[in-house]
Design a protein around this ligand. Structure first.
Ligand code: HEM
Length: 445
């Protein structure tokens, strides 16, 4: 057996949490120097973090059945209930089978043609030449609106839409700090806890009303909710209960919206800093799409755009993927006892210079066709891997390409000189600010 390596710089009570949340890229990419499996502390909790692609693949894929989601997700259960992200074991597998049809290619084509493009065009319609646009905020709005509309069709939920727009950003602001804090912190009567709890309670209250109404109507609106209502367990023939549907809706709104909005923000930020990349991106949009609206069928042809998207999700993935061992096992020669928390860091994996030379460089051309397939399993996992692979990955890639292309057809977004934009950790790696100047490329009907 190999001894685990303890990461230095642990503070009393908070462990490495402050370093992790203050600068995750610096902290997580400094770890490989320490060993293949290292021990860090999130608050008082010891966590064994695996460093190599092989071990990441073992945890997420080959040995997936030996792990639950762990303590962070236990803490999120009051918010997500037993939705896809928080549930474990056979229940999770059953839910996944029932939810996945909502993310089929045909369904996503419908969401792209009806919802994603419409909201992106509405946004592009609002800007004036020379206007300073708060790109991070506008991406949050557009992505949350798309998420809400693909879940519930328009007639069903205007009041719910307002509540979603109000509650989700509040919850996302506090969820990670709460998850990585010692248990007593969430019981403290501080505003952060009160706001989080109130927002979670409001959301969990309004969504069931919509579910009940939709069930009574019994019509397929072509939205996610209709797919959930129609889903049947393949063994028992049972439908999903209203509580399960509520939990899946809250899960999808919270996991799907922020991640995608953040990717879109970094997309415009990075291409704004690299005129050569932006020129190629614009040339691709102009030659594939021209002067008509972007169509779903255009998206696979936007090869360079997808290279940019890959490079964005390589550099700014979610902070860390957490698991808990369901049994004793060995990882990279280190003995892991049942109940131990284990983590995979995409930041560490995605900045490994062996697979990504000059890892800090923003270089879409490292994603030449087939490059991802040449990487070893576990080296590039922006959407996770194995049993808990992101069910929204195609939805997200479609949405990022559709929104970016629709905006770029008409607008070029220029950085505001002299502003410092950097990643701050909320539930994801958000830009601290992102004002950009809208420069007209094409006047459009
Ligand atoms: C750029 C956008 C996105 C990124 C980078 C991303 C990334 C991820 C990752 C890494 C996981 C695995 C977590 C783990 O293994 O612990 C995950 C899970 C999940 N994602 Fe995404 N995601 C994105 C967009 C979406 C969208 C648009 C949706 C839904 C519409 C979604 C729904 C989910 C759900 C429900 C899970 C939980 C799956 C499970 O635990 O079994 N995601 N996502």
């Amino acid at each position: 057996m190999v001894a685990r390596v303890d990461v230095p710089g642990r503070w009393p009570l908070v462990g490495h949490t402050v370093r992790l949340l203050r600068n995750p890229v610096e902290f997580l990419s400094s770890l490989p120097a320490s060993g293949d499996v290292v021990r860090i502390f999130l608050g008082p909790l010891p966590v064994f973090l695996v460093i190599t692609p092989e071990l990441a693949w073992q945890v997420l894929s080959t040995d997936a059945a030996k792990f639950d989601k762990g303590v962070v997700f236990d803490k999120m259960r009051p918010l997500f209930g037993d939705g896809l992200a928080t549930s474990n074991g056979a229940f999770n597998q059953r839910q996944r089978r029932m939810v996945l049809p909502a993310f089929s290619r045909a369904r996503i084509e419908g969401y792209a043609e009806h919802t994603m493009r419409t909201y992106a065009e509405n946004l592009a319609d609002q800007w004036k030449p020379g206007e300073i646009v708060q790109v991070d905020k506008r991406m949050q709005d557009v992505v949350l609106s798309i998420a809400a509309r693909t879940l519930f069709s328009a007639e069903l939920g205007p009041r719910v839409l307002d509540e979603i727009r109000r509650s989700i950003p509040i919850m996302l602001k506090y969820v990670l700090v709460r998850a990585f804090s010692p248990p007593f912190v969430e019981k403290l009567p501080i505003p952060a806890n009160r706001r989080f709890d109130e927002a979670a309670a409001r959301l969990r209250e309004v969504i069931p009303e919509v579910v009940v109404t939709a069930r009574e109507q019994g019509v397929d609106h072509g939205d996610l909710l209709s797919t959930f209502l129609a889903a049947r367990d393949e063994e028992t023939g049972e439908p999903m209960s209203d509580e399960q549907i509520r939990d899946e809706v809250v899960t999808i709104l919270t996991t799907g919206a922020e991640t995608t909005a953040v990717a879109l923000s970094w997309f415009f930020h990075e291409i704004g800093r690299r005129p050569d990349v932006r020129r190629r991106f614009h040339e691709e949009i102009d030659s594939v799409v021209g002067d008509r609206p972007v169509e779903f069928a255009d998206l696979p042809k936007l090869e360079y755009t997808h290279r940019i998207i890959n490079e964005i999700v390589r550099r700014t993935p979610p902070i860390i993927l957490m698991r808990r061992a369901r049994e004793d096992l060995v990882l990279g020669g280190v003995r892991i006892k049942k109940g131990t928390e284990v983590a995979v860091s995409q930041h560490t994996l995605h900045r490994n210079p062996r697979y990504f030379p000059q890892p800090d460089r923003f270089d879409p051309d490292r994603w030449a066709p087939d490059r991802a397939a040449e990487l070893p399993k576990g080296a590039f996992i922006p959407f996770g891997a194995g049993a808990r692979f992101c069910p929204g990955h195609f939805f997200a890639q479609t949405e990022i390409a559709m929104v970016a292309a629709t905006i770029a057809r008409r607008w070029q977004l220029d950085p505001v000189p002299g502003l410092r934009v950097y990643a701050q950790v909320k539930a994801t790696m958000q830009p601290n600010q992102l004002p950009m100047t809208a420069v007209l490329r094409r006047n459009d009907p």
